[in-house]
Design a binder for this molecule. Structure first.
Ligand code: NAD
Length: 476
């Protein structure tokens, strides 16, 4: 049993009814257990955040920046333990776990810089009308609830926590029940840095705990990352209380490969776009659109690359791809393999779970998938790629945009004018040209259509935790 909740600056045991098993997906076995927080403990966490707000929002921007730099530095000092935990609990190979940690560190460093620039955001507004002055004052939104999933635990929470604290908000963070231990590092760091009690609270738990937080009437805002199903429940709670919500939801993103592309480079981008984190990425480019003139050369090379990908324990130096993180996800992907067989899809590689004790599946490629296939349209969240061919740029754009989601897309072509044109026409939040999954903290993250509401990262991430006030004075 692990003490796993950080409320009002104190570590407490969970008093909820759910027992959470923390699993090693490479073995398919638990290695820790904890009790979820009760609804009363969620109340206590929200009350602690509320009590801490008046003092925290009056700290100077440079004071908050110093805390954020402290978070970045302390994450670095815990590198080995946090990398090992992500390898063990998420099944991430070492190099992927290290990228995640570096991303979280960069996020805290970036928002420390933005926090220092906050005083400059409060400036006079030039008015056309005479006799008045007006000034802008950006204030923290208040107490925010942060609910996150399991696929990039340290990163997703850093993308919310760092800008929220920079803006002067106090927070209650609920990690995923699949990976409840990683984010406890943020509580330990808060202790080490002497962050005032109640500024950061962490409650662990399953859906019940998440619902207790998202329904709580003591929040000023909720920021959620996760599935569309839960996202719409969270939005209903926000609607009932008329309060703002940021939603980072699912995706079914396209990678468009044009005839003029270098085949080897394209294969690398395609594989990384579907196999990084074993495909458990909202931004996985799981729909391959390949132009007719290059398809026959590309598909066999892609098939070979996926066949040669080494799937194994994250502890093995040899593994390119680890297991899926949870048994539920493994069963879900297995269900899609069954659907593919029922639909009669042409499987070029994979299409099966691996019998190794843990939650492993093969990297998978289906070719010439009909556009009404469930696998072409639904988010699978595993290393499962569906391919279709296209004739023209117009057709490729139309097929890529024909989705209820709109998170990201990748365009592969040596014709940069075309790349820019296609990027502009794609209905998504982020387009990569001749690169894949390159997320920089200075650029925004978030989607159009069913992929969510709002943006994280960059200055947009900070403004999501700010409220705009204007003070207008009559000079007469
Ligand atoms: P999920 O929606 O099942 O869970 C997300 C979080 O919500 C967890 O902490 C969970 O405990 C909590 N939760 C569950 N039921 C709840 C309820 N009724 N009320 C409040 N909270 C509740 O998602 P998941 O399986 O953890 O993550 C996978 C999903 O997340 C995928 O759809 C993926 O695309 C999405 N995702 C999106 C982004 C993005 O940036 N757009 C990033 C990562 C993951």
């Amino acid at each position: 049993m692990t003490t796993s909740h950080y409320i009002a600056g104190r570590w407490v045991d969970g008093q909820g009814s759910d027992c959470i098993s923390v699993n090693d997906p490479a073995l398919g076995q638990p290695f820790a257990e904890l009790m979820a927080a009760s609804a009363e403990q969620v109340d206590q966490a929200v009350a602690a955040a509320r009590a801490a707000l008046p003092a925290w929002k009056c700290t100077s921007a440079s004071e908050r920046a110093a805390y954020l730099r402290g978070f970045a530095e302390q994450l670095g000092q815990r590198r080995e333990a946090l990398v090992a935990l992500q390898m063990r609990n998420n099944g991430k190979p070492r190099h992927e776990a290290e990228v995640d940690l570096d991303d979280a560190i960069a996020t805290f460093g970036y928002y420390a810089e933005l926090a220092e620039q906050l005083p400059g955001q409060n400036r006079d507004v030039p008015l056309a009308a005479p006799g008045f002055t007006a000034r802008t004052r950006l204030e923290p939104v208040g107490v925010v609830g942060l609910i996150v999933p399991w696929n990039f635990p340290l990163v997703t929470s850093a993308w919310k926590l760092a800008p929220a604290l920079a803006a002067g908000c106090t927070v209650v963070l609920k990690p995923s029940e699949v990976t409840p231990l990683c984010e406890l590092a943020y509580g330990q760091i808060a202790d080490t840095l002497g962050l005032p009690a109640g500024v950061l609270n962490i409650v662990n738990g399953k859906a019940e705990t998440g619902a207790a937080l998202s329904n709580h009437n003591g929040l000023d805002k909720l920021s959620f990352t996760g599935s569309n199903n839960v996202g719409s429940q969270v939005m209903r709670s926000a609607a009932a209380q008329c309060r703002p919500v940021t939603l980072e939801l699912g995706g079914k993103s396209a990678i468009l490969v044009f005839d003029d592309c270098d085949v080897d480079a394209a294969v690398q981008w395609i594989v990384a776009g579907i196999c990084w984190n074993a495909g458990q990425m909202c931004s996985a480019t799981s729909r391959l659109l390949v132009q007719n003139g290059i398809a026959d050369a590309l598909l066999p090379r892609l098939q070979a690359a996926l066949e040669n990908l080494r799937v194994g324990s994250p502890l093995s130096e040899e593994a390119d791809m680890g297991p899926l993180t949870s048994q539920a996800q493994w069963l879900k992907v297995a269900g899609y393999f069954a659907t593919a067989r029922e639909e009669g899809l042409q499987c070029l590689v994979g299409g099966k779970v691996l019998d190794r004790g843990g939650w492993f599946v093969s990297p998978t490629l289906y070719a010439d998938v009909p556009e009404d296939s469930r696998l072409w349209n639904e988010e699978i969240f595993g290393p499962v790629l569906c391919a279709r061919r296209f004739a023209s740029e117009q057709q490729a754009i139309a097929e890529a945009n024909d989705s209820r989601f709109g998170l990201v897309a990748t365009v592969c072509t040596t014709d940069l004018a075309r790349a820019e044109r296609v990027a502009d026409a794609l209905e998504v939040g982020h387009v990569w040209i001749n690169s894949v999954q390159a997320v920089f903290v200075e650029t925004s993250w978030g989607g159009t259509k069913g992929s969510g509401i709002g943006r994280e990262l960059g200055p947009w991430g900070l403004s999501g935790y700010q409220s705009v006030k204007h003070v207008t004075q009559c000079l007469g």
